[in-house]
Design a protein around this ligand. Structure first.
Ligand SMILES: O=C([O-])CC(=O)C(=O)O
Ligand SMILES: [Mg+2]
Length: 647
């Protein structure tokens, strides 16, 4: 027997398997409680507590992880599925040098306090006996279904969206499976709570509502020690990281360290909508300061109180982070850049796109979801993509990202060179229409869109001159699609396509009600943030949500199940096509160009399968052999939030 970091290891002479008992649970050396586990790397502060499964030996653990429907045991154990957190031998032992398994017991009070394993009142009589829970819980047993019902009823009693958000976050850190069960089973109702638009308000007020840290905070103070910081995170097998530096949170601007709400929210959708195991998700906020004066003066602000680092100081910290991630997690961890400002987002994607598995959600995810909506919309407006003219308000990440993907798709469909297909697409920025005469003063990402045209300094005139069939708002500036603009679009289009993408709701270019009212019900409308159905002249118009949440969870799942090592534009195109195919005739008849979110897990599996297939075709997949049925495989890898039985 020997002690490590305040805990005690016992050498089990019968099985030869070392056991790890946290000090608080040493008394449970009793036989009935058996917990198969992963080990940690044995560093101070590491969480050695693990998974409770119904097995007593390594062999049994292995058999539990390889059900017949699962083609690849490693994928089952590393992607998700019924027995998550049970890793292969190598990863379980590589740092601890203890073979083959570390077996641990979590029971009693710590079990109730561990969000990964807590089941609230759903612990059965047997489990209460086996895990020393007697007296720690009231005698009633309440199933997960009833717990969901109760939580939803409580949630609905909160009138203020931020209160709902806080209740959901409390649940996430208290009982993870119940949180995901709630979210998955009530996705349409809860998406606006844990995600856009409420998450925007939560970030603005993050300091005031802060209770328990979620995710990893890496600030300039940690420069030179980022690898060490990564090792402080309790989970070892990370598959997806969402990282922000908080400089452009939705359309709300620089929220500094308080941007953490975004990676946390995005990753909860990775698990709920895409089925990535929660413990494989790592939210990260890089704090290089903030230029938000209000926050710098706010006594509740949680970040560094300094102005943003730029130039070399910034890029060195980012580089250290990117290198440490690869060193710690290998090259198959997906790094999703989220809500960086334009001046860093494009450069980071270009710089790390060739060496890491990176994806910029605001450039690429938004592009893919919009292209999907446009492909679906063609069934309503007619023609091919090449027959349409596109005008954007906003020439940042989303605007230029979408524009480029549309140009790529047209090029793929028609065989025309990209330089030609780009000419169907026009962008307006804060200085007016992007035209050739402005070339010298344009940022590099706007230059491909500087076509020949006389100068125009506002959107309304650009609409009149270009006569687009599709108008897309991606500027982050609310209420910019005026009555005049929507009426103008409706005067020369039978069915104008109008997409108001900016988030949250306050930044939307127009509301659904305005779009339908001003276009006399003619437009096909979708928005980045959700709007309730609108009644106009006795007809009800539901509106779709053109939000990257349709794409990134399935996209990430596809990368992970194929073991992809790079993201390729062709993967974005197939993701768009897969999403567009999920829009039913019935959806289209209602004017919807996106399927309902209630089907999102099925949709994500379809997207994942197409992305994975493309990864294999491009030679970018490393998980071999390629599974025969990728949709079934993707589904079999998805995390299920149902409570498990502990013996
Ligand atoms: O978070 C969202 O709802 C969509 C998004 O990426 C953004 O607006 O930056
Ligand atoms: Mg974003």
């Amino acid at each position: 027997m020997f002690a490590v970091n305040g805990s005690t290891f016992l050498n089990n002479s019968l099985s030869g398997v070392p056991r790890f008992f946290p000090r608080s649970t040493q008394r449970v050396a009793a036989p009935p409680v058996v917990v198969a586990a992963v080990s940690s790397n044995g560093r101070p502060g590491d969480r050695n507590v693990s998974v409770l499964v119904e097995n007593t030996s390594k062999e049994m653990v292995e058999s539990a992880t390889s059900s017949p429907s699962v083609i690849d045991k490693e994928a089952k154990s590393t992607v998700g599925g019924g027995v998550e957190d049970v890793y292969g031998e190598d990863s379980a032992t590589e740092d601890m040098h203890i073979t083959p398994w570390t077996v641990t017991v979590a029971s009693g009070y710590p079990l109730l306090r561990d969000p990964h394993y807590n089941k609230g009142l759903a612990f059965t009589e047997k489990e209460r006996d086996a895990h020393f829970l007697r007296g720690l819980l009231p005698p009633g047993i309440v199933s997960q279904e009833i717990q969901v019902k109760k939580m939803m009823r409580n949630m609905r009693q909160y009138q203020v969206p931020l209160q709902r958000y806080m209740a959901m976050m409390d649940l996430q850190v208290r009982n993870e499976r119940l949180f995901y069960k709630l979210l998955i089973d009530n996705v349409e109702e809860l998406l606006p709570v844990v995600y856009t638009p409420t998450v925007g308000e939560a970030c603005q007020k993050y300091g005031s509502i802060f209770r328990q840290p979620q995710g990893l905070f890496i600030s300039l103070k940690e420069k030179g020690r980022i690898l060490e910081v990564l090792k402080n995170w309790p989970e070892k097998k990370i598959q997806v990281i969402v990282v922000t530096d908080g400089e452009r949170i939705l359309g709300l601007g620089d929220l500094g360290c308080q941007g953490m709400g975004i990676p946390v929210g995005k990753l909860s959708l990775y698990s709920a909508l895409g089925g990535i195991r929660p413990s494989a998700c790592l939210p990260v906020t890089i704090d290089v300061g903030t230029n938000n004066e209000k926050l710098l003066e706010d006594e509740f602000y949680i970040g560094l109180r300094r102005r943003r680092a730029t130039g070399q100081e910034y890029s060195e910290l980012l580089h250290e982070f990117m290198s440490a991630v690869k060193q710690n997690y290998g090259e198959k961890v997906l790094i999703q850049f989220e809500d960086f400002a334009n001046h860093n987002a494009f450069d980071l994607l270009a710089k790390y796109g060739t060496s890491h598995l990176v994806f910029n959600d605001d450039i690429q995810g938004t592009a893919s979801v919009v292209l999907a909506g446009l492909i679906a919309a063609l069934k309503l407006v007619g023609g091919t993509l090449a027959d349409h003219r596109f005008l954007f308000l906003g020439a940042g990440e989303a605007g230029t990202g979408i524009a480029e993907l549309i140009a790529l798709e047209i090029s793929k469909q028609t065989g025309a060179p990209l330089e030609e297909t780009r000419k169907k697409i026009w962008l307006v920025d804060s200085k007016g229409l992007i035209v050739r005469s402005r070339m010298e003063s344009l940022q590099h990402f706007k230059r491909p869109w500087a076509h020949e045209h006389g100068p125009i300094n506002n959107l309304a005139d650009a609409v009149k001159s270009i006569k687009p069939t599709v108008l897309i708002g991606s500027s982050g500036a609310g209420r910019t699609f005026t009555k005049e603009i929507v009426e103008s679009m409706s005067s020369f289009n039978e069915k104008p396509v109008i997409l108001a993408l900016s988030n949250p709701t306050s930044q939307s270019e127009c509301t659904a009600e305005e779009a339908y009212k001003w276009s006399e019900g003619k437009c096909i409308f979708a928005s980045g943030s959700p709007f309730a159905p609108v009644e106009h002249n006795g007809k009800v118009y539901p509106s779709g949500q053109a939000n990257n949440a349709y794409i990134f969870p399935g996209f990430g799942l596809g990368l992970i199940i194929s073991g992809a090592i790079r993201v390729h534009d062709d993967m974005l195109l197939v993701a768009s096509e897969a999403l567009a195919e999920q829009v039913s005739q019935e959806n289209l008849e209602k004017g919807l160009i996106y399927p309902p979110f209630s089907n999102i897990r099925k949709i994500s599996a379809q997207i994942a399968a197409r992305v994975a297939e493309k990864a294999y075709k491009l030679g970018l997949a490393t998980r071999l052999p390629q599974p025969e049925n990728l949709v079934r495989y993707a589904e079999s890898c998805m995390y299920s939030p149902n409570y498990r039985t502990y013996r």
